[in-house]
Structure formats: structure tokens, C-alpha cells
Write a protein that binds this ligand. Structure first.
Ligand SMILES: CC(C)(COP(=O)(O)OP(=O)(O)OC[C@H]1O[C@@H](n2cnc3c(N)ncnc32)[C@H](O)[C@@H]1OP(=O)(O)O)[C@@H](O)C(=O)NCCC(=O)NCCS
Length: 169
């Protein structure tokens, strides 16, 4: 990472409803992640319980700059591709003001380490809109391997997969 404070993760809590709606409606964040839709505060409030109960973290530097989560593939994508039913995916949203500094790289490594440590998942997917250049670069740097394409709701999607790291036996 280039200069500045190091990002840390802490679990999502209900008071993050002060931060997450602003994050997910930033133009650069919503463009691919939300199919460019401006989600309402109520829509985002509806997503919070799943993040609070699951593996989802606010990225802090020390002020909140993003959200990273690991969990079951989004139901809308499972509907398009039932083979993804039992798969987990990583999803990250980083405020545009923190892009280009390796912050997402560090946050995703921490999230993947915690997800593999607290589950028995053999692997985790990354699902990236074809034109989302920054996300493809991030997946590649994190060691995800490309695993074919599928039709998305707006764009074609590239699937990536990373395997559980080999640990002590
Ligand atoms: C996808 C997203 C998280 C990527 O953010 P990012 O800042 O580009 O990603 P990284 O943290 O890996 O940073 C990479 C950049 O930092 C630079 N960098 C500096 N130090 C670095 C380090 N130690 N490690 C990695 N990259 C570093 C890289 O050279 C690269 O620079 P570039 O922007 O000039 O190419 C961000 O664009 C985003 O939130 N997008 C909107 C939401 C979205 O689409 N999410 C993806 C769906 S899962």
C-alpha cells in the first residue's frame, strides 16, 4: 500500500446505516455493483441484517471507507445460474476516495482469511461485470483464477475462483 493509514476490518453493525447508503450510491460504486441503480435507504436497511449476521465488515482507515462481505452468491445470480446455489462469493465496495492505493487488496485478503478460517469452504468465487476493469485487476492480484462467463442482468459476468490456502495438516 502506498502511504497513509492501514485499512482494518470490523464487523458490520446496525449503526452503519449512517454510512452504507452513501457508499452504495456513489456513482463509481453503484455503476456495476448495483447495476447503476440508486438504492434507497430503505432498500439498504433491508440488506443490513444479512451483513450483520454473516461475514461482512466495514473497512476503516480509521474512518469508514468501504464494505467487504463473503457469503452465499446473491439470489438473483443463483436464479440466472442454478449451479451457483451452494457457492460463496466475495463482494467489495470501496469509496472512490480510497481507490488506487491497494486498500481493496488488503481488505479482501483479510476478509478471505477470516472467511476460510471460520468456515469449511473449499473455495470462494468472485463474480465480476465484464467492463469492471478495477475489479478484474483486483481478482487477479488476489490470486483468483478465471472460470468462465455467464450472462448477467446488465453485463456479461466473469467468474473467478480462489481455493482455500493449504494450511498445516
Ligand atoms: C473494485 C474496487 C474495490 C477496486 O478498488 P482499487 O482501489 O482499484 O483496488 P486495489 O485496492 O487493489 O488498488 C489497486 C490500485 O492501487 C495501486 N496499489 C498501490 N499499492 C498497492 C498495493 N500494495 N497492492 C495492490 N495495489 C496497490 C495499484 O497499482 C492499483 O493502481 P491503479 O488504480 O493505478 O491501477 C473499487 O473499484 C470499487 O469499490 N468499485 C465499485 C464496487 C465494485 O464494482 N465492486 C466489485 C464487485 S465485487
Amino acid at each position: 500500500m502506498t502511504g497513509g493509514p492501514t485499512p482494518t476490518l470490523r464487523p458490520v453493525r446496525s449503526s452503519d446505516l449512517d454510512f452504507v447508503p452513501g457508499l452504495l450510491t456513489e456513482p463509481g460504486v453503484r455503476r456495476y455493483l448495483m447495476d447503476d441503480k440508486v438504492a434507497s435507504r430503505e432498500d439498504i436497511a433491508g440488506l443490513m441484517p444479512r451483513w450483520i449476521a454473516g461475514l461482512a465488515w466495514i473497512i476503516e482507515m480509521p474512518q469508514p471507507v468501504g464494505l467487504v462481505s463473503v457469503g452465499p452468491v446473491h439470489p438473483a445470480l443463483v436464479e440466472l445460474a442454478p449451479a451457483l446455489t451452494d457457492e460463496w462469493e466475495i463482494t467489495i465496495a470501496l469509496s472512490e476516495r480510497a481507490w488506487g492505493r491497494g486498500v481493496a487488496d488488503i481488505a479482501c485478503r483479510q476478509a478471505l482469511a477470516q472467511a476460510f478460517a471460520s468456515s469449511r469452504r473449499p473455495s470462494i468465487l468472485g463474480i465480476v461485470d465484464a467492463p469492471n476493469r478495477r475489479s478484474h485487476a483486483l481478482m487477479t492480484r488476489l490470486g483468483f483464477k478465471p472460470e468462465g462467463h455467464m450472462a448477467g442482468i446488465v453485463h456479461e459476468l466473469q467468474l473467478y475462483r480462489v481455493a482455500r490456502p493449504i494450511g498445516p495438516s
